[in-house]
Design a protein around this ligand. Structure first.
Ligand code: NAP
Length: 417
């Protein structure tokens, strides 16, 4: 997860075609002029991307004094791809992202009830992006529904490939569902109402452990206090319960000298300097995150629990408008705004670019350009502090002035340094 030495050293990054990010010995190798593919997105995607890319470039230039730059390469997906190529997701897009390893995307329209294949699903499968990482924190001044939103500061690692995302489902009354029902009855005596729809929830030791390991590595690297394994193992003993057991197992086997279980830590929690590994049952965890959010730092969860938790946490600190996300594997990562295309505002230079901007900050942190990430987050924090914000925040912040998407980017840029 760390960056390699920049290839251009102290020299100014030259104008040119850029260089590819590499992956060696489980680390990113990042040149001073990385090529990063981007997908603008549909609906309001172009509005927020235009604003975000200016913030990114300004932040990189400011912190590196012009010695680093990103060479952005547009790749097509969604409506723009369809209009240009007749294909919603051209193979070339996948090829470029695979080649360049790290990419960022705006929201894409997902037709309800069928249509084209989802870019997210395709990328997850092709690049094995097994961790969906969602940092959730409060920005001072943002209206939030709880009394002390600032107490929530968590990074959720959600398994991205298995569990319900495996997509193994058979329609009610289909021959496939009937065959599975008959098999389970004949072989194991399972009683399932005839005509039921069937979904399969596969969860492996391999998949669970690599996700938990990524979460623990992150906690160690960023000096976060704990990793909480969230599961529903009291009911689903072998899948969700397996996730918990395999999580503890990998913590001990691979991070035994840098982590300690909550049970072993006892009352000396704060002095150990080790990451505390604990687990919570999913339903209790939803209460805990509302009532005692400051007791949680990094969360590792199977797919469905992590999905619910991510949005619930984002809502708690003021909504999805400022929630970033990244899908990360080993040597590949794609970052994205977590909200949708908000089509009714398309082309109006109106919506909040915060989510894609913070996704960019998350991307820079992942590739080891933490200084850029810090500058972007600082700029956004201070911009919100000026109360010159986009409509979604302005309508809830007393005394705020509504500004356009592009003007909000200007305010952020003014406050980067
Ligand atoms: P949405 O696009 O997220 O919009 C719902 C509402 O959220 C908007 O009407 C707006 O609320 C608010 N909102 C969204 N983005 C905002 C922004 N940048 N700034 C301020 N407010 C924002 O959800 P949707 O209408 O359900 O979905 C629209 C399309 O997006 C669908 O095709 C869906 O499939 C797709 N989608 C894509 C992704 C993705 O690509 N990752 C994710 C989710 C949805 P107000 O009207 O109250 O101002």
């Amino acid at each position: 997860m760390t960056t390699g030495a920049g290839s251009l050293g102290d020299r100014k990054a030259r104008a040119g075609p850029g260089s590819r990010i590499g992956w060696r010995d489980d680390r990113w190798v990042v040149p001073d002029d990385p090529i990063i593919p981007f997908i603008e997105g549909d609906g309001t995607g172009p509005d927020i991307w235009r604003a975000a890319v200016r913030v990114f470039d300004a932040a990189v230039t400011t912190v590196s004094n012009g010695t680093r730059r990103v060479v952005w390469r547009e790749v097509l997906a969604g409506e723009k791809a369809f209009k240009g190529t007749g294909n919603w997701l051209p193979d070339q897009t996948l090829d470029v992202i695979r080649d360049c390893r790290v990419a960022i995307k705006g929201p894409l329209t997902t037709p309800v009830g069928g249509g084209h294949r989802s870019l997210n699903v395709a990328l997850r499968q092709i690049l094995d992006l097994y961790a969906c990482i969602r940092p959730v924190r409060y920005f001072e001044g943002v209206p939030a529904p709880v009394k002390q939103p600032g107490k929530l500061d968590v990074v959720i690692f959600r398994e991205n490939i298995e569990d319900v995302y495996a997509g193994i489902e058979y329609k009610a009354e289909s021959p496939e569902a009937a065959a599975v029902i008959a098999f389970l009855k004949d072989r194991f005596g399972a009683r399932i109402r005839p005509g039921s729809a069937i979904g399969i929830k596969p969860m492996s030791k391999f998949g669970s452990q690599r996700l938990v390991a990524k979460a623990i590595e992150y906690a160690i690297k960023t000096k976060r206090s704990s990793v909480t394994l969230v599961h529903k193992g009291n009911i689903m003993k072998f899948t969700e319960g397996g996730f918990r057991d395999w999580g503890y197992e990998i913590a001990k086997a691979r991070f035994g000298d840098q982590s300690i279980t909550e049970a072993d830590a006892g009352n000396v929690k704060r002095e150990t300097g080790k990451v505390i590994i604990k687990d919570r049952i999913a339903d209790a965890m939803f209460q805990q995150l509302v009532l005692r959010p400051d007791e949680y730092s990094v969360v590792a969860a199977p797919n469905l629990n992590g999905d619910y938790l991510s949005d619930a946490c984002a809502a708690q600190v003021g909504g999805l408008g400022l929630a970033p996300g990244g899908n990360v594997g080993d040597g590949y990562a794609v970052f994205e705004a977590t909200h949708g295309t908000a089509p009714k505002y398309a082309g109006q230079d109106k919506v909040n670019p915060g989510s894609v901007i913070l996704s960019g900050a998350q991307m820079f942190e992942e590739i080891g350009w933490s200084d850029v990430a810090v500058a972007i987050v600082r700029g956004l924090e201070r911009a919100i502090g000026t109360k010159r914000v986009t409509y979604d925040l302005a309508r809830q912040m007393p005394g705020a002035t509504e500004v356009s998407t592009s003007s909000f980017a200007d305010v952020i840029i003014e406050h980067l340094a």
